[in-house]
Design a protein around this ligand. Structure first.
Ligand code: DGP
Length: 122
């Protein structure tokens, strides 16, 4: 059974990616997060940074997860620095809930770069 904050949910695509089960190439990984290219890129650079533990969404996290939430943002910062994106700028987005466009229910931060971004986002 899936419980939020479990180490891994066997029916979760991103848990399986984080566990290395699908052979996805990581552009960054540490003890708490992994980062990999989005399958359907919305910009020339489109990376997803995800926690290794299963959290369905930001709304499903709690104070116990504040450390790992910080690690997700730190992962975005690290990947952006590795790719030399900090100067030109990049967009970071976390879709929370289907109404906001979330389609994979394992928390992930999008890192998008390489084109101009409008505000407000669509
Ligand atoms: P969101 O809509 O915020 O839940 O974003 C989910 C993203 O996940 C979407 O941009 C496409 C990406 N995605 C879905 N399935 C896969 C997959 O199997 N591999 C990779 N690399 N990305 C995936």
């Amino acid at each position: 059974m899936r419980r939020h904050g479990d180490l891994m949910a066997s029916d979760c695509l991103f848990c399986r990616i984080a566990a290395g089960e699908l052979g996805t190439r990581f552009v960054y990984q540490d003890t708490d997060v992994v980062a990999f290219a989005d399958l359907h890129p919305q910009a020339p650079t489109h990376i997803l940074v995800i926690p290794r533990i299963h959290l369905a969404s930001l709304a499903d996290s709690g104070p116990d997860h504040d450390l790992v939430l910080g690690k997700v943002l730190a992962g975005v910062r690290t990947v952006a620095a590795q790719l030399g994106l900090a100067h030109a700028g990049y967009r970071t987005a976390i879709n929370t809930g289907a109404g906001a466009g979330q389609s994979v229910f394992h928390l992930h931060a999008h890192l998008l770069a390489g084109r101009a971004f409008a505000w407000p986002p669509g």
